[in-house]
Design a protein around this ligand. Structure first.
Ligand code: ADP
Length: 261
């Protein structure tokens, strides 16, 4: 029996100006999967996420979310998104972990909602899921980049999303904490059953966490499960794709990024 599809993209092309930045993308995401999207800078990863999140309007091709054509889709609380910018949080901001996570509830129930007892439980569960219960009353500005990123993930979890989309979530995470960060994401996927989709530079080190990989560079060069990805990779996919997968470690990606900006 085939699994429920959370995202179905067919024949998707997009351009800001004359040149296409995405061309004929076909991609499906099954419920319960954990998809890692890789691609060099400027390969269209953010554009693809923005189209899926309805932040850009489709021009050619189709996107379906939970079997509904995106222009008719209304149940946005089923989708959580944590942007890359979340972890460049102003460290002087006077809010506790609890308060920041609580603010995520307004997405689901509106600004003038009366706080209920279950809400308190929901907040504590979300904070616990990202491993930050001991930091509940701490000011977010005192936390490390990786911990702040966990706070923003918890904030999106309070609306109990079925799909969570993350744009390079480990950019602000210290190299030694990247592994435990991915353990936490793997736990959200496995234990809570949340479908995950993330843009990452760490794919070479997390093939045990993701279930599927998509390699994007304007076109979708590869999409398949982790096993197929590793097989393809042995056959020189990375070389074809323009870089050596073994260099795609966290340290490399980040050294690269900082050097490039
Ligand atoms: P990635 O996330 O993989 O780095 P992007 O989706 O941000 O790639 O960008 C893909 C291409 O689209 C790049 O060439 C980029 O310069 C271009 N681009 C992105 N945003 C805009 C925009 N608002 N206007 C014009 N071009 C854009």
């Amino acid at each position: 029996m085939s699994k429920e599809l959370i995202i179905q993209i067919s024949g998707l092309s997009y351009r800001y100006e004359k040149e296409y930045v995405l061309e004929d993308i076909n991609l499906s995401v099954q419920k319960g999967s954990f998809l890692g999207i890789v691609g060099p800078n400027g390969s269209g990863k953010s554009t693809l996420l923005k189209l899926i999140l309805g932040l850009l309007k489709t021009q050619q091709g189709e996107i379906k979310l939970f079997n509904e054509e995106i222009s008719r889709f209304k149940e946005w609380e089923r989708i959580g998104f944590v942007s890359q910018k979340a972890n460049s949080f102003n460290t002087g901001f006077p809010a506790t972990v609890y308060e920041v996570v609580k603010s995520g509830l307004t997405k689901k129930i509106g600004l003038f909602h009366h706080f209920k007892k279950e809400d308190q439980q929901t907040i504590l569960e979300a904070v616990d899921s990202v491993g930050l219960l001991p930091f509940l009353k701490r000011n977010i500005g005192e936390l490390s980049g990786g911990q702040q990123q966990r706070v923003f993930i918890a904030r999106s979890l309070v609306s109990k999303p079925e799909l969570l989309i993350l744009d390079e979530p480990t950019v602000g995470v210290d190299a030694q904490n990247v592994r435990s960060f991915y353990d936490m994401l793997g736990d959200l996927n496995k234990r809570l059953g949340i479908t995950l989709m993330l843009v990452t530079h760490d794919i070479g080190t997390i093939t045990d966490k993701v279930t599927h990989v998509a390699c994007l560079n304007k076109h979708l060069h590869f999409h398949g499960n982790t096993h197929e990805f590793e097989e393809q990779n042995k056959n020189g996919l990375a070389a074809f794709y323009g870089y050596d997968l073994h260099l795609l470690t966290h340290e490399h990606a980040h050294g690269h990024e900082h050097g490039g900006r």
